[in-house]
Design a protein around this ligand. Structure first.
Ligand SMILES: *Cc1c(COP(=O)(O)O)cnc(C)c1O
Length: 375
């Protein structure tokens, strides 16, 4: 069996170990310490000095705290992009609120502003104004920020920007992760940079950050004993993990360049193949190309190609199955136009890691070449 080619695997810079060693040497083996502060500062300088960053245990915990900061509670409704990973939607249910799913548009595969407006008006007509909107930059492609935020603003609904897949992407020159009223990042093992597991909340005010850190460290009131007047969480990032993050920040931009180069390479080989389509960057959109995805002409082609990869020990995967199709969310209200269903039917994510070697990329390309030659 040939060695496995992963879709997206961790890619260290070599600088991580020294930050981790420093944590051991100084005995900062805890969910606080110089690496946590240093990683937050690195992220702030990368994203925007006017933002505040709280390093957390995961992107999911950052989403959960965002909903808490926006006062989402039992019985509320929260709008969420349907085409996404389940972690975007699950925290809505943690709060006892109801997710309302909104379909995608074809140009970025992200939330459709037209469907969003229809959804908001209908929810208001049915008696409840949505408390928040969770909008996602899927696969690193920025959503239609101007259009989505215009709709949100006209109804005065805050946006939680799920930037878990889009660190290093930007829209009209502004970094993804800085658009939301609150924004979240993820450093899980398969993301563009990884801390093994981790996430961050990006806020516009220091008071939001302080409140997030307070809640993330068990909500301890200021007293010599343990005193609590809020329900707390254990959501803070550890100082060991943050050390990995500091090392990863030194090569974020080169990871983006490598992933974009993968995408260009696939495009140069297959753009001419009939029945293979790529997601283009609309004007003003810069994608980190976290995952390179293609659309095939049918589900049959997609599945045949996926099996051809599997036979060669190459990992590939259909695009995210929309939340409105997930058994757990089947009763949630959804506002649909068919786009995310079609993407799920015909789309495939290809190996996209920043550490893919030329030989590995050649193996991926030869599978596609062979498949289309025999058809
Ligand atoms: C990975 C991911 C998350 C969750 O992040 P974790 O750090 O794994 O908890 C949330 N939303 C999207 C779109 C993701 O891809």
């Amino acid at each position: 069996m040939k060695p496995k080619i992963w879709m997206s695997s961790p890619h260290m810079s070599g600088n991580e170990q020294s930050f981790v060693n420093e944590a051991f040497d100084t005995n900062w083996v805890a969910p606080l310490g110089p690496n946590v502060n240093g990683f937050e500062t690195d992220l702030q300088s990368y994203l925007n000095e006017d933002r505040h960053v709280a390093a957390l245990a995961s992107g999911t915990s950052a989403l959960h705290l965002s909903l808490i900061l926006l006062d989402v509670s039992y019985g509320d409704e929260v709008i969420c992009q349907s085409k996404t990973f389940s972690a975007s939607a699950n925290p809505i249910v943690y709060q006892g609120a109801t997710p309302i799913f909104v379909d995608s548009e074809k140009e970025t595969w992200n939330m459709c502003p037209v469907q969003l407006e229809i959804a908001i008006k209908d929810r208001i007509a049915k008696g409840k104004k949505p408390k928040a909107i969770i909008s996602v930059h899927l696969y690193g492609m920025p959503y239609k920020v101007d259009e989505i935020h215009k709709v949100a603003k006209s109804f005065d609904i805050p946006i939680i920007e799920d930037s878990a897949e889009s660190l290093g992407s930007h829209y009209k020159g502004q970094n993804c992760g800085t658009f939301g009223d609150l924004s979240i990042l993820s450093f899980n093992g398969n993301k563009i940079i990884t801390t093994s597991g981790g996430g961050a909340l990006v806020t516009r005010t220091k008071s939001h950050k302080d409140k997030a850190v307070f809640l993330a460290t068990q909500a301890r009131d200021n007293a010599p004993h343990y005193q609590h007047s809020h329900i707390g969480y254990n959501y803070r990032m550890s100082n060991i993990v943050a050390g990995i993050g500091r090392g990863q920040m030194t090569i974020l931009d080169s990871h983006v360049a490598n992933r974009r180069a993968n995408h260009e390479l696939y495009k140069s080989h297959f753009e001419a193949v009939k029945g293979v389509e790529f997601l283009k960057e609309p004007d003003g959109h810069f994608s980190n190309r976290w995952l390179s995805c293609i659309m095939l002409d049918s589900m049959k082609t997609r599945e045949e190609l996926r099996f051809a990869f599997e036979k060669e020990n190459i990992e590939s995967r259909p695009l995210w199955k929309p939340m409105h199709q997930q058994p757990i969310f089947k009763d949630a209200p959804s506002y649909l136009n068919g786009v995310s269903d079609e993407l799920f039917e015909r789309g495939l994510c290809l190996p996209s890691g920043s550490n893919l070697t030329k030989d590995e990329l050649d193996r991926v390309i030869s599978v596609i070449n062979m498949y289309f030659a025999v058809c």
